[in-house]
Design a protein around this ligand. Sequence first.
Ligand code: DGL
Length: 259
Amino acid sequence: MSNQPIGIFDSGVGGTSIWKELNLLLPHENTIYLADSKNAPYGEKPKEEIIALSKKNIDLLLSKGCKLIVVACNTATTNAIKTLRETYNIPIIGIEPAIKPAALQTKTKAIGILATKGTLASELFHKATDLFTNHINVVEQVGEGIVNLIESGKVNSKEMKALLQIYMKPMIEANIDYLVLGCTHYPYLIPQLLELLPEQIKIIDSGKAVALQTKAVLEQHLLLNTSRANPETEFYTNAHTEVLSSLLGKEYKVEYLDF
Ligand code: DGL
């Protein structure tokens, strides 16, 4: 079982930011990544649909023999993880916005969170936020349009720059010192955000935490791959392959799959 792959899915290409962290920390693990780009963005969909799409993705990953699932999508995690864990008898790791570290470290008592509508509206997000942000101003911003631009290969476009300027303005005005990236697509925007934001604002995302948690759970279940053979990586998308390929680099093969 331990040499079976880790299954990872996202509403699209953004979860590759998580796959990269996993691959860095766990370089001997075999992985299968699903980009459900045909159905992106999840962030605009009702909870029941997000749950159904997540199940469809997990069913496919399980049919390919995955030993553990990483939900590399904040929107799917915050809306579906409870149901998924009740449904499947396999370890499932989720990703949530890193509100806690930002709230604990802020000096200006103001933090910003950029995430999808689905994440910001979820019960799980509210519970976590209420727990840690009692005396803190939390500036919430829906990143409307960002996922669509990234999915169409426009990470570094004029449209993206214009959107980010609009979304960051209220955060800068509120004097935030931490910006939490609450969507796995957004780490690809870090270079642009660094240009746009005043120097004292730090950007945090949950990628490393997810990789560490995955490692801990694999250890706990005795599922770490002990084989030192070169790991196998499989990347599937149900839309065009170019954008996913461009984020991964030429050394990784991306295949179209109808799912
Ligand atoms: N990467 C997904 C997330 O983390 C994007 C959501 C979407 O498809 O709207 O939330």
